[in-house]
Design a protein. Structure first.
Length: 230
């Protein structure tokens, strides 16, 4: 979803600018490291963002929606680099679609579109590694499919929580009119993320920073623990 400057007061926009600046500073070193080690993944994900975000859909409430690609980005280059990439990508995206006047809310937009999905991705990836056996299909379905679907729902909840505070939507029933859209988008996001994760695992595993050959490709790995016993 693309925010517009007239939706928000100056105070939350300024606070978001400070928070984004601090987050980008903290993420600068790991992002540069990834850019040096995985420049190809950086370019591929940038192309995905261009395609995902061009699939724009609107509703009668005046809001417009698009796919994210953030979960796939977290698998490919990690959350710190994704935050940098989304922030940089939003600049031309907002200029082309809304104009320079809306750049004031770019930090708020970047945080809302990145942090919820990245947090869900990190949480599920930790749970998958901590509580589940090291199985290839679990990596794809948990970290790809389910993380993308839940990440889209979390993003929708965060975005609508912010927009609902705007006087421009004071009379709009966003919970019943807009939030169901994120359920539909979640299916598309989950399918594409899981699909590309599977393709990369099969043909280009070096594009996935979170994929470990030693963990997921050992012949003894199985979903059922009893099958791993000699």
């Amino acid at each position: 979803m693309d925010f517009h400057a007239e939706w928000f007061a100056a105070a939350p926009a300024a606070a978001a600018c400070f928070i984004l600046f601090c987050c980008l500073c903290a993420a600068a070193r790991p992002a540069l490291r990834v850019l040096r080690v995985r420049p190809q993944a950086f370019g591929v994900l940038l192309c995905f963002f261009a395609v995902f975000w061009s699939l724009d859909a609107g509703t009668g409430s005046g809001l417009h929606y698009h796919l994210l690609g953030v979960t796939l980005g977290c698998l490919m280059i990690g959350a710190p680099t994704v935050l940098w990439l989304v922030s940089l990508f939003l600049l031309p995206h907002m200029l082309l679609n809304a104009g320079a006047a809306d750049l004031a809310v770019l930090p708020l937009n970047a945080l809302a579109l990145t942090l919820p999905a990245a947090a869900v991705s990190a949480g599920l990836r930790f749970a998958e590694r901590r509580f589940l056996p090291p199985n290839l299909f679990l990596y794809i379905f948990v970290n790809g499919f389910f993380a993308a679907a839940l990440g889209m729902l979390a993003t929708g909840a965060a975005v609508l929580a912010l927009v609902s505070q705007s006087p421009a939507f004071a009379d709009a029933d966003l919970r019943t009119r807009s939030f169901p859209v994120f359920f539909l988008l979640g299916w598309g996001e989950a399918f594409l993320t899981g699909l590309f994760a599977a393709v990369f695992v099969a043909f280009k595993p070096h594009l996935l920073a979170t994929f470990d050959d030693n963990r997921y490709l050992r012949r003894s790995n199985s979903i059922w623990p009893s099958e791993n016993q000699p």
